[in-house]
Ligand binder design. Structure first.
Ligand code: CUA
Length: 315
């Protein structure tokens, strides 16, 4: 019945779907009844001869009471059904695991209880309620996980929250669902739901390591860099095909002579690239806005090296 909806992968998802389906089914039934009556009456009571006169009907009290009272009760029932689920949706359980989220143009940065940070990849445990504490670094964003049926706006200067209990192991897409500038459509992330065993392994594996994508550490550096390029959201602004929009393209960036906003120019060598990742505003390329967030504390030295290795391959 719900095949027209995305997969339902959180505890609340089937309940939200039930509210939607119930209201849709009731609306559909009445649409059919009313449309059928309309057609039926139009045919049955149509003017058959030129002498037909409209009968004088002054009212039918019992009928009018029924068609007022019955729909009223149906509407109240729909409201209460929605309100009960809405309350649950808005009330996180006390034992929920807290994850801090900072949204910025154009990436998601998650910070866990033990100080670990990930970008554009959220890691949670199956059947464990999670409460997201969310704020924005710049403009209005909106955190939306369709499979969990949860969505909440994130505003600058204000904390908002959202909670869910993931029920299915897997990887589900996270959208930004509030237009937040040129990179909005690229502001994507994934929530990775893991079994309790896999989750504690993930926690252990990356303990003391700020990276969550270190699983790929056996790959050559430029391959790891390529993964980081998408995992960490570089791709939202930096193209690799030579097109420049929000930020300079990565195509041929290594060794390129860049003109800076202060009129001077600099060669994009390793040192410049490291600086631009950790302190993006230090030497800004002319013609671009200072919108890039610092990746200090997000990308380790090792990861930055891997990304630079990847950039070298983009001739
Ligand atoms: Cu952030 Cu749209």
């Amino acid at each position: 019945m719900n095949s027209w909806l995305p997969e339902a992968a959180s505890e609340i998802a089937p309940k939200v779907d039930n509210v939607l389906v119930a209201a849709t089914v009731i609306s559909f039934i009445f649409f059919i009844l009313i449309s059928a009556a309309l057609v039926l009456f139009a045919v049955k009571y149509r003017r058959k001869t030129a002498n037909d006169k409209t009968p004088s009907i002054t009212g039918n009290e019992p009928l009018e009471i029924i068609w007022t009272v019955v729909p009223s009760f149906i509407l109240i029932a729909i409201f209460i059904h929605g309100l009960v689920v809405f309350n649950e949706l808005r009330t996180p359980p006390k034992d929920a695991v807290e994850v801090n989220l900072v949204a910025k143009q154009w990436l998601w940065q998650f910070e866990y209880g033990n100080g670990k940070k990930t970008v554009n990849e959220l890691y949670v445990q199956q059947n464990l309620p999670v409460k997201m504490i969310m704020r924005s670094d710049d403009v209005l964003h909106s955190f939306f996980i369709p499979a969990f049926r949860v969505k909440q706006d994130i505003l600058p200067g204000r904390f908002t929250q959202l909670w869910f209990t993931p029920t299915k192991v897997g990887s589900f897409i996270i959208f930004c669902s509030e237009y937040c500038g040129a990179g909005h459509s690229q502001m994507l992330a994934r929530v990775n739901v893991m079994s309790p065993e896999a989750f504690s392994r993930w926690e252990g594996k990356t303990a003391g390591d700020k990276s969550a994508v270190s699983t790929a550490s056996s790959l050559p550096a430029h391959e790891r860099g390529k993964k980081l390029y998408t995992n960490r959201g570089c791709n939202a602004c930096h193209s690799i095909d030579g097109s420049s929009g929000i930020a300079p393209t990565f195509k041929g960036v290594f060794g390129r002579q860049e003109k800076l906003t202060d009129g001077s120019s600099v060669r994009a060598d390793e040192n410049y690239l490291v600086e631009s990742i950790y302190e993006p505003q230090a030497k800004l390329v002319a013609g671009y806005q200072p919108v890039m967030p610092s990746f200090k504390g997000i990308l380790s030295e090792d990861e930055v090296s891997a990304i630079i290795e990847y950039l070298k391959t983009l001739k």
